[in-house]
Design a protein. Sequence first.
Length: 186
Amino acid sequence: MALAARRDARMSVAEYQIWVESRPDDERWELLDGEPVLMSPPGERHQTIVLNLIQRLNDLVEVRGCRALPGLAVLSEAADDYAPIPDVVMRCGPLLADGYATDPVLVAEVLSPSTILKDRGRKAEFYRTVSSLQVFLIVYQNEPRVEVWRRGTDWTMQVLQASEHLDLPECDGCVPVSAIYKHIVF
């Protein structure tokens, strides 16, 4: 379960970046609505899904100078009190000097029971404000189901099941949904 650090005032991203530097290396924090929130260690099922997705995405985008990575915070010019850390961030271009991405092309959240409301609610709203973001994935752990939110004139959503493919024209390819769930038993 996530634990919010007690503070009297909302923290800006700049204040958070200074504050989080002093935290022990074994703690993972994200900034949500001005509050630092301690992230629980993810389970093995969760991490297996994350690893599968990262491997498949990297197979597609490596030739384009892009990477899919875990553990990067995402920033938006539209919100100065939010720095969430999605499970997967895909971005292109040179390596970042720090762990804060302002230019993700794709982000993915693997749903956990303790974070489902935030991931499908406020975080999803935030991700839609990131101007570079083209695709936002919500990946379920308890069933082979992926919600694909895609930017167009407006944001649209498509639900994919295990027998389908995740089409990613942004990556010039696709990923079988079943591959995201490799080694996972339902």
